[in-house]
Design a binder for this molecule. Structure first.
Ligand code: AMP
Length: 135
């Protein structure tokens, strides 16, 4: 399969590797939002979070926590964002599931998620019910 993250996991393409276990592989993002921006990917090819089985999802989130701790300690970050873009409409460019770990600093002026929407009358309750039925 022609997937750049599969090639990184398999060692066919070099990466700045941070961590690896049975489920996951982590490396520095080559085009970082902040220095120390890390990615954590499942070793097996899944496109998005919803495609992962539970075992892989648990392995992945454990690795995200572990790498995030390393990023925060190493960069002395004041905070951190964990981001996952799922599907093209959400900004996913590499179609192999991955979490971004981005170290944040007071007043770094990085804009990650501006809130621009307001619920209309009853809409919050409608969304709550619609989503609950599908969870
Ligand atoms: P996304 O938009 O969530 O799919 O993010 C993909 C991320 O992968 C981007 O932040 C890229 O900078 C990063 N990326 C793409 N190719 C490489 C690579 N060869 N090594 C490290 N990071 C990469």
């Amino acid at each position: 399969m022609d997937c750049i993250f599969c090639k990184i996991v398999n060692g066919e393409i070099p990466s700045a590797k941070l961590f690896e276990n049975a489920y996951c592989f982590s490396f520095l993002d080559i085009n970082p939002a902040a220095k120390g921006h890390a990615l954590v990917v499942p070793k097996e090819h899944f496109e998005t979070l919803l495609d992962l089985n539970d075992e892989n999802a648990i392995g992945l989130i454990k690795a995200v926590k572990r790498v995030a701790k390393g990023v925060v300690l190493a960069t002395k970050a004041d905070g951190y964002n964990i981001i996952m873009n799922n599907r093209k409409a959400a900004g996913q460019e590499v179609m192999h599931a991955h979490f971004h770990i981005i170290p944040r600093f007071e007043n770094d002026a990085l804009r990650i998620s501006p809130s621009t929407k307001k619920y209309g009358d009853n809409e919050l309750q409608e969304y709550k019910e619609k989503i609950m039925k599908n969870v």
